[in-house]
Design a protein around this ligand. Sequence first.
Ligand SMILES: Nc1nc2c(ncn2[C@@H]2O[C@H](COP(=O)(O)OP(=O)(O)OP(=O)(O)O)[C@@H](O)[C@H]2O)c(=O)[nH]1
Ligand SMILES: [Zn+2]
Length: 356
Amino acid sequence: MLLSPSPLERLNRARADLRMGLPVVLTDGTDAALVAASETLDEARLAAMRGFGTVVVVLTAHRAQTLKARVYDGDLSRVVLPAEAGVGWIEALADPAEDLTHPMKGPLTSQREGDAGLHRAAIRLVKSAQLLPAAVLVPLPAAHGLDGLTSLTAGETEAPETRLDPVVAARLPMQLAGVGRLHVFRPQDGGIEHYAIEIGRPMRDSPVLARLHSACFTGDVLGSLKCDCGPQLHAALSAMQTEGAGVLLYLNQEGRGIGLANKMRAYSLQDQGFDTVEANHRLGFEDDERDFRLGAELLRRLGFEQVRLLTNNPKKQAMLESGGIKVTERVPLKVGLTEENAAYLATKAAKSGHLL
Ligand SMILES: Nc1nc2c(ncn2[C@@H]2O[C@H](COP(=O)(O)OP(=O)(O)OP(=O)(O)O)[C@@H](O)[C@H]2O)c(=O)[nH]1
Ligand SMILES: [Zn+2]
């Protein structure tokens, strides 16, 4: 029917459902399962899920290793929910906040038999909802229909490259960069908007000075000393002002794509002595969960094919190039070193390939 939601629309609906604590149905042709996010599931819905059979908590291998749970599926582990365990137990499994003060007790039993395809899709889904990467899953009898719940196939949880549509652009005079134009772009999947700021009147037929800046509420807005984002943002705007032209993409990928709530969880772990990469792993994330295809798509939409990229991150350059944008030059952006962020910057250089 013309009015029914497309796979992409159902994907975005599923993310909203999980954030509300509502389970969704995942299928893969032969099997089906009910999936909820560990972080938002309540006791009543957990009890209803138990009615279908053995419930498992799906953890990423990173998180499972921290908890010493066995990993039989490569990148993830399916931990069986004990009969007496409730949502508090699930939360302790998912959230490392209390790992040191209240270590998980008792051996964790991981499932070994059967296929983990739906479990993998479940992790992908909760991550893309910017929740803790731990899902609660129970197999459903194949023919079981659950009215009103959003249903997706495992394949549909893999977000295709997001198309972005221009919404509006308007003139913006700025302290550091002079007069520019701010463009707002909206992803077709209904996700969060991203911004592009054109400084001056950049030409389309020569490489433009460009910055792809990932949102950092703490650094950009609050002037946090834990990272270098604020000074980098300001230095990029100033460089574009000096040059008379440039384009700054402000991508809403807070916390290298894990969202502010998870970034603050990572900061708590950093206060316990873990570095920025270890903290992401303890939470169950990869070092960097950003999708830089977005930047290439935005530049193309604005008519830019070649850039001189302000960055210290060679991966950004590589991703842009694989997205079809020619990077004629990498322009280093080394500003904002403080006593508080020296270790953070050193870790990025040692573990994430950033150039010092
Ligand atoms: N997960 C996590 N994210 C962080 C932490 N500190 C900063 N961030 C995020 O890291 C991202 C940094 O973005 P950028 O400065 O654009 O990228 P970059 O990889 O540092 O590369 P550059 O172009 O060299 O700056 C932002 O999304 C910040 O919110 C942290 O300790 N943990
Ligand atoms: Zn920052």
